[in-house]
Write a protein that binds this ligand. Structure first.
Ligand SMILES: Nc1ncnc2c1ncn2[C@@H]1O[C@H](COP(=O)(O)OP(=O)(O)O)[C@@H](O)[C@H]1O
Ligand SMILES: [Mg+2]
Length: 316
């Protein structure tokens, strides 16, 4: 099954991929096991690490060798300085991102259960970071060959996706929650990549395949998919269902797995624009699995050689 997207050649755009949405600084707290309510637990490790869905997806693409641009809002604080440096150090361009005077940058407390590597996120977003549709610069969001948005601010994400679509640029969404404005957003998306609980929450169908089929029919997205944690992913394209197993890795921290998956998906589309969707889904799963090797949303971001080795059967 060939990738049903038309991606412009490299020389037609300044960037390969543009991401628009959240960045975050994560305060990562590692405990042996997730604590019981009203208990005391020893903190094994505590550190601050850059994250946020779209910032991380851009960093993952850059690590894999693509020209990536991130667009979103930072506060004018130390967290923002660290967040911006984390991106530019990785080679991500942030010239169209902005700083909000008086706002605290988005941050989160992330509790990582060392035994499973699974994470629980407590997030904070200053109201001043909100992105209005009129802050979306059409020239910036159409400066890549692919656009990825998240679903946190649906009005702004819809404006970005509309501009990209009008310019013939395929749009990818990272969608995790049913929010106001979600229908308009999804109607402007070519590749819907949902978190595990989203398709059922939106469509009412508990069976994942049926829920994806309903999403595809409603929004006319050529590809709809959902990630299933260590279980991999399920995608639907036309009338085909593609089940892709997860790769086995020693999961240190699953924070950012979903962000890495979207970044990996975009990177695979750029690498194989006429490629096989099965291979592209496997690549996205491999990138996401490897990302779980290290602490923090970007602690395990793989190089292309590492992804290729895992796909060829090497043990991570
Ligand atoms: N423990 C794990 N082992 C291997 N791969 C994983 C693991 N957890 C997540 N992944 C990979 O990351 C992808 C996204 O993870 P998932 O947990 O579904 O997303 P999120 O929790 O970020 O919404 C999965 O499709 C899978 O490829
Ligand atoms: Mg998960």
């Amino acid at each position: 099954m060939h990738l049903p997207l038309t991606i412009a050649p490299a020389d037609a755009a300044a960037f390969d991929v543009v991401t628009c949405g959240l960045n975050s600084l994560d305060f990562v707290a590692v405990v042996e096991r997730y604590p019981a309510w009203n208990s005391k637990t020893r903190l094994e490790q505590f550190d601050k690490r850059p994250g946020g869905q779209m910032a991380t997806a851009a960093a993952v693409c850059a690590r894999l060798g693509w020209r990536a641009r991130y667009i979103g809002s930072f506060g004018d604080d130390e967290l923002g300085t660290i967040g911006r440096a984390s991106l530019t150090d990785e080679g991500v361009e942030i010239g169209a991102a902005w700083c909000v005077p008086g706002a605290t940058s988005q941050f989160a407390v992330v509790i990582v259960d060392r035994t499973s590597g699974e994470r629980t996120v407590l997030w904070n977003r200053h109201p001043g970071l909100k992105v209005r549709a009129d802050q979306i610069d059409p020239a910036a969001v159409t400066s890549g060959r692919l656009l990825i948005v998240d679903c946190h601010e649906t009005v702004a994400a819809t404006a970005a996706a509309r501009a990209a679509r009008a310019a013939g640029i395929p749009t990818i969404v990272d969608v995790e929650r049913v929010r106001e404005g979600i229908h308009q957003l999804l109607a402007n998306i070519d590749v819907i990549i949902a978190a595990e609980s989203f398709p059922a929450a939106l469509t009412g169908y508990e069976e994942p395949g049926r829920a994806l089929a309903a999403l595809a029919a409603e929004y006319r997205a050529p590809i709809v998919a959902m990630t299933l944690g260590e279980g991999g992913s399920l995608a639907r394209c036309g009338s085909r269902e593609i089940r892709t197993p997860g790769f086995r890795v020693a999961c240190v921290d699953s924070t950012g797995a979903g962000d890495a998956f979207r970044g990996g998906f975009a990177a695979a589309c750029l690498r194989w624009p006429d490629g096989d969707l099965e291979t592209i889904m496997a690549f996205a799963n491999a990138v996401a699995a490897l990302n779980c090797r290290g602490l923090g949303a970007r602690g395990g971001m793989p190089t292309l050689a590492e992804v290729d080795a895992l796909m060829a059967g090497a043990r991570p």
